[in-house]
Design a protein around this ligand. Sequence first.
Ligand SMILES: Cc1cc2nc3c(=O)[nH]c(=O)nc-3n(C[C@H](O)[C@H](O)[C@H](O)COP(=O)(O)OP(=O)(O)OC[C@H]3O[C@@H](n4cnc5c(N)ncnc54)[C@H](O)[C@@H]3O)c2cc1C
Length: 379
Amino acid sequence: MTRIVIAGAGLGGLTLARVLHVHGIEAVICERDTGRDARVQGGTLDLTVEGGQWALEEAGLTEGYRAIARPEGQDMVLYDQAGTLLRQEVAPDEGAAQFGRPEADRPKLRALLLDALPESTVRWGHAVQRAESLPGGGHRVHLAGGETLEGDLLVGADGGRSRVRPLLTPADLEYTGATGVELVIADADRAHPEVSALVGRGSFSAIGTQRTLSAQRCGDGTIHVHLTFRCPADWVRTSGIPFNDPARARAALKELYPGWAPEILALVDAASGPVTVLPLHALPPGLRWPHHPGRTLIGDAAHLMSPYAGQGANLAMQDGAELALAIAGGQDLRAFEESMLARAERSARMSAENLDRFLSPRGAEGVRELFARMAGEPV
Ligand SMILES: Cc1cc2nc3c(=O)[nH]c(=O)nc-3n(C[C@H](O)[C@H](O)[C@H](O)COP(=O)(O)OP(=O)(O)OC[C@H]3O[C@@H](n4cnc5c(N)ncnc54)[C@H](O)[C@@H]3O)c2cc1C
């Protein structure tokens, strides 16, 4: 029997293991986190019909997904930096969970997949340091702490900084020129009703000149706020902002948004807790590697892109499910890789274009046009 080792229990690795399990094939996942609650898995994700929703169907988890899906999370509002409402979309409550892109909280989605796997599948606290191919075929994975594990098939699902990727390609991450800062507003409805009303049931975007302030309501009563702007890769060190002092960091961040409407900047004031800086990196769009039987990559490990296409989690889940079906069907994994990388290339190019559009000197106008075009309206 083929021994399958997966690095990383993110949405990609878990979907792969679950669809394999449905087909009677067991795998082992080495996960760096020490447990399922070791790290805050915040935020909300919209799952597409052909991406995340299809993968969950293959995983036999559609009912579980419907129970956590929030169709109303598809509501969106778009403002300019002066606080002028440019666009509003309201999701239909009925049927949207089946036909639209309903939101689901990331921790609930991960728990849905984890709960559907045997307890022994995920080896928590097993950080992969490096992997090597063995002369007679197969691979050896070296774990932090010195332990090793061998498998016939090794799948890197360990995110953008994958430790498996060097076995397939020397390609490395490139900085996109933009950095995001994440803030969280707790208990938004009760503690900050005005901010809560401004954000609405779904997502909020305010676009200025080469900077954005966006927010997403999550099912746990929090609102996650992202400030994104162009800056050098080492900005987190050179900015002088004391990120370990969240109140002072938030005040300093507002200074980066001069002239913005006070009601929009109120989202920054309403936040509490840590300030998380996320420099946005990507792998080169259109990345390919020579096929090697016995090892492959999925998800961000294969095609990290900026979040501006809103596709990364969907692609990771689709990759996981497609790879599982190819393994179960005894197929050559070459065709799987070709299909995955072609799909990822389209999304990566879209993501790079969208990043330029959202952080453009034209401000909100280009984004308003994009949403209108996506809705099939004249611009
Ligand atoms: C701010 C933001 C917003 C986003 N919004 C969306 C969205 O709306 N829709 C969407 O589709 N996508 C979105 N994405 C992208 C999405 O989050 C990722 O593309 C997706 O999580 C990729 O899944 P993955 O399983 O490939 O990797 P990950 O989710 O990164 O999982 C990798 C796993 O591997 C583990 N790991 C890492 N290194 C090791 C190691 N050395 N050894 C063992 N384990 C390891 C990690 O702990 C983790 O559990 C967003 C991303 C960001 C940053």
